[in-house]
Design a protein around this ligand. Sequence first.
Ligand code: BDP
Length: 325
Amino acid sequence: MTILKRHIAVPAMALATMFGAGTASALDIKSSDVHPMGYPTTDAIQYMGELLNTWTSGRINIQIFHSMQLGGEKEALEQVQLGALEMTRVSVGVVGPIVEEFNAFNLPYFFRSTDHMHKVVDGEIGTDLLNKLEAGGLIGLGYMDAGSRSFYNNVRPINSLEDLSGLKLRVMQNPIFVEMVNALGGNGLPIAFNELYTAMQTGVVDGAENNPPSYESGKHYEVAGYYTLTEHLMVPEIFVFSKKVWDTLDPLDQQLIRKAAALAVERERELWAAREQASLKILEEQGIEVIREIDKTPFIEATEPVRAEFGGEFADLIARASAVE
Ligand code: BDP
């Protein structure tokens, strides 16, 4: 609450002076997210909307289409590229097919820690990649946290690499993740997030992989109760604005949106850490046995060909990111 007040109050005065003339027109930003309200990403975008509303005395607003109301993330990105939707928050996982350098962040066992990931995405590399999105019709506003992704399924508990053998596992819609699961001995199937629960329920797949908040919030544990913290991916979230719409905006409004976006990132990261712990607790209360102790070495070794194949195309970027301390 204190943070909310501080951020709303301070810039409001300065910005009111800048925008006092009120010549710019009203702007209703529609933004989509696959997660429900109450998830760190949706709460952060809601906060961004509150900031913009306050700073502009109600002239700029964000309306959130949450809970997959607008379908999956691939479609959402397409809508934003077309300008039919102003904004969306998606996983960097589905951005690789638009700007392939993003696949550096989608490589298994790439980031060494959350701190390493933050330093890379918040530094020059992360900014360069956000800028590259413009060519794809997107304005990158920032990266949010999404922890690490781990496997779950309804066939057997995963205690070793061998246990993944032959399992049909859903991945995000990007060939890199299909290859990753295949390299681990499973069968990777790209499916949109909004179709995943049913796909597991009907046996189209045996399971999937995700961070604890998504696994818990999507109630995937109801249909795939074996969860092992393999932590094979640390894929950040990203939120993007439609370049088509952006180019029609008053530069001062663009500045306001960027400022509110930066504060939304801070807010999401505060919420994320707490939510991860809360989700693990809910899972345990639901009787899900979360296997935390697993030797990751065989998983790291088995995915080496994926890092070599996909990372080879932007080896310089990978080397720069790896060198970030
Ligand atoms: C979640 C991300 C969401 C993705 C989803 C997925 O927050 O953006 O859509 O994973 O697996 O962790 O598709």
